[in-house]
Structure formats: structure tokens, C-alpha cells
Design a protein around this ligand. Structure first.
Ligand code: NAD
Length: 496
């Protein structure tokens, strides 16, 4: 007897407190990158569905902004507990749709929860300031008020965390919110919104619209959307920033990256190797803070080259849900062939392939998008590999005679998301912290991911805007300042 396969789930949107079937004419399969199996179908919604979400969010705003901040954070406390209770379930969904290992998925969800915890401090963080007697008998006060309807558009590489750089702060500040997840990994946020539904948030305060460019464009053009938070690749970040600006919206747009690490000869080589290996190959190199180029200085060249190649070769690659697996697949077959072709370009342009991860075969996972860890040595300065964001498990090694030469590699890069240094010298560390042209700096740290109470500070083509995600910057971004100057004549007060 043959048993029919269960029907594939068709995802819905969450608008005005209800799960709403999409009228989309286009749908995509959500595919497990380790197995090639279709997990669900996601609608590519249109402008009408965005209009419905914006309408619901706009209708919910007047009452939500009048809700005292202390009451607005109560659903977030509930959300924190729900996320803790469902941590393993959510992490499993992340691994299934994104491919990263279960351990990496859990670590991602911890950072998500951390942002909920920080946003619970809004009654303190959102306070303004005041001064009596700015002139005789006149007082001045700065008040922060929410903007209204705000939206976030997020990428595939952190299906659970990145929405939380925005959502908790936006609603705690009194805004109403629309999320557009990545159409490649929409399942995690679908489950998160089922949990949000249990927190007692009034209808319309949080909304979820699945889709791609059409949804983004409708959000960018809708006059009632006041602010856009975006995380993704640089070309799209630039486009979103420009179109949001042209429509008079405030925008914070985080873009792509090409992160450098400098290894000095006085570094603890065992520690540096371990940490840089995790940074370059963790999440299959699909982290915006992944180290992509290692610049060895002087004698560090030989020792580091040998140790990093051995460490990379020892990593166990496979399905992130399997015990002991240290690295999963890249997101799509297209991404796998792009990464493999860039390795080929580097080789043609003169780089030596010390470890070749192309044509990986993982037993029982022939349909998975696996690229094994790859190490390239002596990558020429003018090679495409030196500049392009690869977003795969590929580490390029380049060499410098001193710190000046090493820093020149960083200066040359169009990106400035993260830069790291491995050393035991305090003065080298201070110089690096002072001069490195990037927003997130690691000293003996491989993934310098700011905690939720610090801003996620990309520079150059890695960020467009002023206020970053997370922490105090979020409060600045999601509120408008109002200044009140008051005079009360004495005669009136004498009456009472
Ligand atoms: P992406 O730019 O392809 O997509 C990001 C979002 O934009 C998605 O929701 C997608 O639907 C939407 N989108 C895609 N093309 C669009 C278009 N033409 N017009 C309007 N919207 C569009 O990025 P991705 O592949 O999902 O994510 C990987 C990228 O994100 C990498 O470049 C990575 O460095 C970057 N990233 C940056 C940070 C950071 O903090 N700077 C964090 C994570 C990821």
C-alpha cells in the first residue's frame, strides 16, 4: 500500500491578529538546503496585502501608543518565556530551512531572546530629559514619541535573530510593526508569530507579510509607513535606503561584508586558529561577521597557514541536525555554484588552493548544497576574491610585512562590517582599535557580534543610515523627539 505524502504547508500572512490566506499568484518552495526536500510553500504577496497590513497597523497605533510603556512590555516578558520554552523547536526549524547546525541555531535564538530582554527596559530607555528655568520661569522638556507604522525586511542567514534587532524595540516604543521575512526561510518567523499571538498583544500591533521585492516596494512606497529597517546584501540595502529616503521615510539599512582578520606573529596561534576557523567556516561562512580574508604579518604566515588548513580540513560537514556535525550546507544550489565558481576564479587569477571544498559529496545527502571548507593562499591583491563578498566557507590568505601593509588591505575594502586582530601586544591592539576602518572590532575575537545593549555598527558599504539596530540606537530610531517650552504666569497659580 502506498501512503500519500502529507500536503505541503502553504504559509499564510498574519494581519490584524488573524492568519490570512494569501491571494498571491506566485509561490516559492521553501527547501531544506541539506536534503533538497520541500518543507512548505511561501506566497509572494502583492501590494494589496501590504496595504491590508499597513491599514491594520495604522488602526492599532492610536490605542497602542496610549498604552503605558510598563503595560506595553508585559507581552514581551511573556514572549521571552515562550521563546525559552520553544528554544529547541525554533532552533530545529532554523536548521531545517537555513542549514546551519542545531548548536548554531540555538546560539542565534539566544541573541534573539537577549534583544527581547533589553527592550523590556523601555520605561527607562525611552525617557526624555528636561531643564527648569531655561529663561526665568520657563521650563523646557524633551519627550520621545513613537513614529507610527514601521517595517523591517530581513535576510536568509539568521532566520530567528535579525527580526529581533527591530521588533521588540519598535513595539515597546509604541509603534506598530510589519515584518517581511526572507522568502527563503519564512518558517521560523511563522512559528515566532504563532508565539506572539499567545502574548496578548492587541490585534494589528504586529503583522507578518511574506514575499519578495513586490512587498518591499509596497512598504517603501506606502505613505503610512514611517520607518524601514533593512538587513541584506549591499545592492539591495542601497536601493532600499534611496527609495525610502525619496519617499521621506527614515531608514537604517545594513548591507554586505568582507571581513578581515590580521594575525600578528606574537598571537597565541592555537587560540587564533580555533577562533578564526569558527569565524570563517561557522554557519558555512554565511555570517555577515564571518572572517573572509586573513592577513598574516611576518612570521605568522607559515605557522598560521599550516594550522588553519589543518583545522579547516578536520571540520565535519553534513546535516546540521546530525550529532557531531560542525558545518552545514550553503543556502541554495545557485549559491553553491556561485561559491565554487569564485574559488575557480581565484585559482585562475593566481591563488594557491591549499584546501579545496568544491564537489563535496556528503553520504545520504547527495541533494544538499554542500561546499566544504576551502583555504586559498597568496590571493593576489587584484583578484576578485580580495573584494567580492563570497558568503560561503572560503578563507583567503594574504600576507603583509608589517601592520601598515596589513591595515592597507582593510582600507582598500569597500566594506566595513567587522575587522579583527590577533595579538598579545596591547599597543598593537590599541592602534588597531583606533585605526581599523570598520564598525565592529574584535581583539582576539573572531565574530565581534555586539550584545543587544550595543549598536550593530557596520561602516562604509556595510551600512546606510545613522542609527544602527539594537539597544539605545533602536530607541533613537523608533522615536521622534518633541521639545516643549512652557511658561505659566504667577498670577494664575496665586488663584489656587
Ligand atoms: P538579499 O539582499 O538578497 O535579501 C534581503 C531581503 O531583501 C530579503 O527579505 C529579500 O526578499 C529582499 N530583497 C531581495 N532582493 C530585493 C530587491 N531587488 N528589491 C527589494 N527587496 C529585495 O540578502 P540575503 O541573500 O537574504 O542575505 C545575505 C546578505 O545579507 C549578505 O550580503 C550579508 O552580508 C547580508 N547581511 C548583513 C548583515 C549586517 O548586519 N550587515 C547581517 C546579515 C546579513
Amino acid at each position: 500500500m502506498t501512503v500519500a505524502a502529507p500536503p505541503i504547508t502553504q504559509l499564510t500572512n498574519y494581519i490584524n491578529g488573524r492568519w490570512t490566506e494569501s491571494r498571491a499568484s506566485e509561490w516559492l518552495d521553501v527547501v531544506n538546503p541539506a536534503t533538497g526536500e520541500a518543507l512548505a510553500r511561501v506566497p509572494l504577496a502583492d501590494a494589496a496585502e501590504v496595504n491590508a497590513a499597513v491599514g491594520a497597523a495604522a488602526a492599532a497605533f492610536p490605542e497602542w501608543r496610549r498604552t503605558p510603556p510598563e503595560d506595553r512590555i508585559q507581552p514581551l516578558f511573556k514572549l521571552k518565556n515562550l521563546l525559552e520554552d520553544h528554544l529547541d523547536e525554533l532552533s530545529r526549524i532554523i536548521t531545517q530551512e537555513n542549514g546551519k547546525t542545531f548548536t548554531e541555531a540555538k546560539a542565534e535564538m539566544r541573541r534573539a531572546i537577549e534583544n527581547v530582554e533589553v527592550a523590556c527596559g523601555i520605561p527607562m530607555m525611552m525617557q526624555g530629559y528636561n531643564l527648569e528655568d531655561v529663561a526665568r520661569g520657563i521650563d523646557e522638556t524633551m519627550i520621545r514619541q513613537p513614529l507610527g507604522v514601521v517595517a523591517a525586511i530581513v535576510p536568509f542567514n539568521f532566520p530567528g535573530m535579525i527580526a529581533f534587532w527591530f521588533l521588540p524595540y519598535a513595539i515597546a516604543c509604541g509603534n506598530t510593526f510589519i515584518l517581511k521575512p526572507s522568502e527563503r526561510v519564512p518558517l521560523t518567523m511563522h512559528r515566532v508569530f504563532e508565539l506572539l499571538e499567545q502574548t496578548g498583544l492587541p490585534k494589528g500591533v504586529v503583522n507578518l507579510v511574506n514575499g519578495g521585492k513586490a512587498v518591499v516596494d509596497a512598504l517603501l512606497d506606502h505613505p503610512k509607513v514611517r520607518a524601514i529597517s533593512f538587513v541584506g546584501s549591499t545592492p539591495v540595502a542601497k536601493y532600499v535606503y534611496a527609495r525610502a529616503g525619496a519617499n521621506g521615510k527614515r531608514a537604517q539599512c545594513q548591507g554586505g561584508a568582507k571581513n578581515h582578520v590580521i594575525v600578528l606573529p606574537d598571537a597565541d596561534m592555537n587560540m587564533a586558529t580555533q577562533i578564526i576557523s569558527d569565524s570563517a567556516f561557522g554557519c558555512a561562512g554565511q555570517r555577515c561577521l564571518a572572517v573572509s580574508v586573513a592577513v598574516t604579518v611576518g612570521e605568522a604566515q607559515r605557522t598560521f597557514r599550516d594550522s588553519i588548513t589543518a583545522a579547516a580540513a578536520s571540520l565535519r560537514v553534513g546535516n546540521g541536525l546530525d550529532e557531531g556535525v560542525q558545518m552545514g550546507p550553503v543556502i541554495t544550489p545557485k549559491s553553491k555554484s556561485r561559491v565554487e565558481s569564485l574559488i575557480g576564479v581565484g585559482e585562475k587569477q593566481g591563488a594557491k588552493v591549499l584546501l579545496d571544498g568544491r564537489n563535496a559529496r556528503i553520504p545520504k545527502h547527495e541533494a544538499g548544497n554542500f561546499v566544504k571548507p576551502t583555504v586559498l593562499d597568496d590571493v593576489p591583491r587584484d583578484s576578485e576574491l580580495t573584494d567580492a563578498e563570497i558568503f560561503g566557507p572560503v578563507l583567503s590568505l594574504v600576507h603583509a610585512n608589517d601592520m601598515d601593509e596589513a591595515l592597507a588591505f582593510l582600507e582598500h575594502s569597500a566594506y566595513g562590517n567587522q575587522a579583527s586582530l590577533f595579538t598579545s601586544s596591547g599597543s598593537a591592539a590599541r592602534r588597531f582599535r583606533y585605526e581599523a576602518p570598520a564598525g565592529n572590532i574584535g581583539i582576539n575575537i573572531g565574530v565581534a557580534a555586539p550584545m543587544a545593549y550595543f549598536p550593530f555598527s557596520g561602516w562604509k558599504d556595510s551600512f546606510f543610515g545613522i542609527m544602527h539596530g539594537q539597544g539605545r540606537d533602536s530607541v533613537e530610531f523608533y522615536t521622534e523627539k518633541k521639545v516643549v517650552v512652557e511658561r505659566w504666569a504667577k498670577e494664575h497659580s496665586r488663584k489656587f
